[in-house]
Design a binder for this molecule. Structure first.
Ligand code: HEC
Length: 104
């Protein structure tokens, strides 16, 4: 049968992808530390209490693009240019992945 073999290959590939990711990515503790710097304006998990910009559960690619665009000053912002400038591109990508996973 081809199907089980295919599943094994896919599973192997995703395990490989995951382990590559965890090597390239910061630890969960490190990530929460970075994310806590966003909490005062965007809420503890990216879900603000007031009418600030919600970032929890937003599509990862969208968050990543916005953060990199803030850093590159490609989109207008009052605060986020300075904030994004404090992180490397990889750190911004990790933050995008983190907030994308938080509940809306
Ligand atoms: C001092 C308040 C403040 C902090 C801290 C802050 N932000 Fe923001 N954020 C804003 C404001 C205000 C905007 C709207 C754009 C602007 O005017 O800068 C925004 C916009 C955004 C957006 C775009 C949202 C949208 O709907 O377009 C993202 C994504 C974002 N912030 C992520 C983050 C991340 C990640 C952090 C932590 C590294 C962070 N922000 C820290 C105030 C803040």
């Amino acid at each position: 049968m081809h199907v089980p073999a295919m599943k094994t290959v896919l599973l192997g590939a995703s395990v490989l992808a995951l382990s590559t990711l965890s090597q390239a990515n910061p630890s969960a503790t490190q990530l929460r530390t970075w994310a806590s710097a966003c909490a005062s304006c965007h809420g503890t998990t990216g879900k603000p209490t007031g009418d600030a910009y919600p970032i929890a559960g937003v599509d990862q690619a969208t968050l990543e693009r916005k953060l990199l665009d803030f850093k590159g000053k490609k989109i207008p912002a009052t605060l986020m240019h300075q904030i994004a400038a404090g992180y490397s591109d990889d750190e911004l990508k990790a933050l995008a992945a983190y907030f994308a996973k938080q509940p809306k």
